[in-house]
Design a protein around this ligand. Structure first.
Ligand code: NAD
Ligand code: DAU
Length: 346
């Protein structure tokens, strides 16, 4: 099997790559990544010399390049994770999200379609998406696979659009596809622009913890390796043309999560002064979705998946990883990161 994984140098992609390289030594795994600010080959240092792994630097929006790549390797399967992924960046630069997330996905779909034409019944295009396509929940209810799409941010609109194109190619060209929509991930190797790694870094460097609005926004958190396990299961056992929701059964209001994070950090760092004192309520994110929560009963019943760690365990492993990988964090937070930080939080 020649397997293309896009976005493998990013946060979730690197955990997916590691899992596939190790669990399926007979697959040739090709990691295609443009190495944007979010892509980091350091995330894959431990497996870069495996004989079944190859890295290809390239941009999914470059149609000619993508067509040539598919002609050369004739990928049997694609797991597509490459994307612009941060909501705040989508608010300041929506076009970049449309280009990568919509046009990039389409260029992969076109190349896949052209490579396999009518002979694609044993091939697979697996598109990794987000629960944000469903919009925002009120105080109750859960996102099901049948919940209508209602995206509110340029990021979620671009992901929703890419999901629609994948389904449209499935219907129009009979392309075998799978889609999964997952809740908020956390864990090692996450870029410190997202809530948990940003706040870990700020606690370490004694910076303020900028909580948007009143902090009463709710997210459903999943440990990244549990997402990688779900992707593996869906890729191998999912029903073609189906969608699977993946979630942690683990809802937290932001402010409560931040307090748990502060407590765990204080214990691990042996701090006498509470990091909670660093909490600062700041201007809200425009169009901020109130609540996300996933009904993951379909993947649980059909594929037997459920999260393998509790939130407290996953958070503790995550904090330990950042504490033990300070050079990784330092490399990332020097240079361009400071410009982003100053612009976003000034
Ligand atoms: P990330 O931002 O950490 O990584 C994205 C990767 O894609 C990077 O390595 C980047 O270099 C690469 N990339 C970006 N533009 C590219 C392009 N034009 N061509 C080739 N490569 C490009 O993202 P992540 O958090 O790991 O998310 C991965 C996927 O999972 C995304 O599709 C995202 O929408 C989805 N997702 C993320 C979460 C989450 O909580 N992080 C939850 C559900 C779904
Ligand atoms: O739900 C899945 C999605 O989760 C993924 O598709 C996205 O790629 C991923 O970025 C994530 O989106 P969120 O916007 O929910 O994640 P983020 O970590 O940016 O924010 C989580 C919550 O914390 C959200 O309510 C906004 C809030 N927040 C975030 C930041 C960065 C703050 O209060 N302060 C901050 O500085």
């Amino acid at each position: 099997m020649n397997l293309l994984i896009t976005g493998g140098a990013g946060f979730i992609g690197s955990h997916v790559i590691r899992r596939f390289i190790k669990n399926y030594p007979n697959y040739n795994v090709y990691n295609l990544d443009a190495l944007t600010y979010a892509g980091n080959l350091e995330n894959l240092k431990d497996i870069e010399n495996y004989s079944n792994y190859s890295f290809i630097k390239g941009d999914i929006t470059n149609e000619n390049f993508i067509n040539q790549l598919f002609k050369k390797y004739r990928f049997d399967g694609v797991i597509h994770l490459a994307a612009e992924s941060h909501v705040d960046r989508s608010i300041s630069d929506p076009l970049a999200f449309a280009k990568t997330n919509i046009l990039g996905t389409m260029s992969l779909l076109n190349a896949f379609k052209e490579t396999w034409k009518e002979n694609c019944s044993d091939k697979l295009f697996y598109h990794v998406s987000t629960d944000e396509v469903y919009g925002s929940l009120g105080e109750s209810g859960l996102f099901k696979e049948t919940t209508p799409y209602d995206p509110n941010s340029p990021y979620s609109a671009s992901k929703a659009s890419s999901d629609h194109f994948v389904r449209a190619y499935g219907e129009t060209y009979n392309l075998p596809y799978l889609i999964s929509n997952c809740s908020n991930n956390y864990g090692p190797n996450q870029f410190p622009e997202k809530l948990i790694p940003l706040f870990i870094n700020n606690i370490l460097t004694n910076k303020k913890l900028p909580v948007y609005g009143d902090g009463n926004y709710t997210r459903d958190w999943l440990y990244v390796i549990d997402h990688a396990i779900a992707i593996d299961l869906i890729f191998h056992k999912g029903k073609i043309k189906e969608t699977y929701n993946i979630g942690g059964f683990n809802e937290w209001k932001n402010i409560n999560l931040v307090k748990v994070l502060c407590n765990q950090m204080d214990e691990k760092l042996n701090r006498s002064k509470s990091s909670e004192e660093l909490i600062e309520y700041v201007k809200d994110r425009p169009g901020h979705d109130l609540r996300y929560a996933i009904d993951a009963s379909k993947i649980n019943k059909e594929l037997g998946w459920k999260p393998s760690v509790t939130f407290e365990q996953g958070l503790s492993i995550t904090i330990d990883w950042y504490l033990n990988n300070k050079p990784w964090l330092k490399n990332i937070t020097s240079g361009q990161y400071q410009n982003y930080y100053n612009k976003q939080y000034s």
